[in-house]
Design a protein around this ligand. Structure first.
Ligand SMILES: CC(C)(COP(=O)(O)OP(=O)(O)OC[C@H]1O[C@@H](n2cnc3c(N)ncnc32)[C@H](O)[C@@H]1OP(=O)(O)O)[C@@H](O)C(=O)NCCC(=O)NCCS
Length: 152
């Protein structure tokens, strides 16, 4: 995995993956806003220069929210999502964040399994939080505590 900062030039490639893998994809504007807001936006790039995945973390004062993570369909289930997530947690830890949290659709079994295996646990449920294809869908709030591993 080769993670680097996302730039405006990456948005086309990132958007193509997003539209292919997410049921309710972010828009181009969501990605450019994230870049302009100073969020931590990363892409995984192959040696040939192709983009395989991306992750976006929003740091606040002492905690961060993982806003988005995606892996190109043909590259899924090879450990890339787990590696990117681990790297984002490392960055958050390096910035002295106490915890990382996220919200995930209750139907997103793959993402929930990934987050659990990376050390996240369920912190709550927001009922009918998302618009779904057939009505609304719950959001599972998950959190990963970062203190104690490198900060004592
Ligand atoms: C969620 C996502 C990023 C995972 O990326 P990935 O590179 O395929 O994940 P990994 O190969 O690192 O898998 C890590 C673990 O996640 C879980 N997992 C991943 N894909 C899964 C699937 N299709 N079904 C069940 N569990 C899955 C497994 O526990 C897996 O560990 P294992 O392979 O040892 O069993 C990817 O499926 C994706 O892009 N999904 C669409 C976008 C999305 O839903 N993002 C999250 C919400 S913003």
């Amino acid at each position: 995995m080769m993670l680097r900062a996302m730039t405006q030039d990456d948005v086309d490639a990132v958007l193509a993956i997003e539209q292919a893998v997410q049921r309710f994809p972010w828009t181009r504007g969501n990605f450019t806003d994230a870049l302009h807001s100073g969020y931590l936006c990363c892409v995984d790039e192959t040696e040939e220069g192709g983009i395989r995945g991306y992750a976006i973390l929003m740091p606040t004062v002492d905690e961060a929210e993982l806003l988005n993570i995606g892996v190109a369909a043909a590259q899924q289930r090879k450990g890339l999502g787990r590696a990117m997530l681990a790297e984002m947690l490392n960055v958050a830890r390096g910035r002295n964040m106490k915890r990382v949290f996220l919200e995930v659709r209750s139907s997103n079994i793959a993402a929930i399994a990934l987050y659990r295996s990376a050390g996240f646990s369920e912190a709550g449920v927001r009922r009918s939080y998302y618009q779904g294809a057939n009505g609304s869908e719950d959001a599972i709030v998950m959190a990963c505590e970062l203190m104690g591993e490198s900060n004592g």
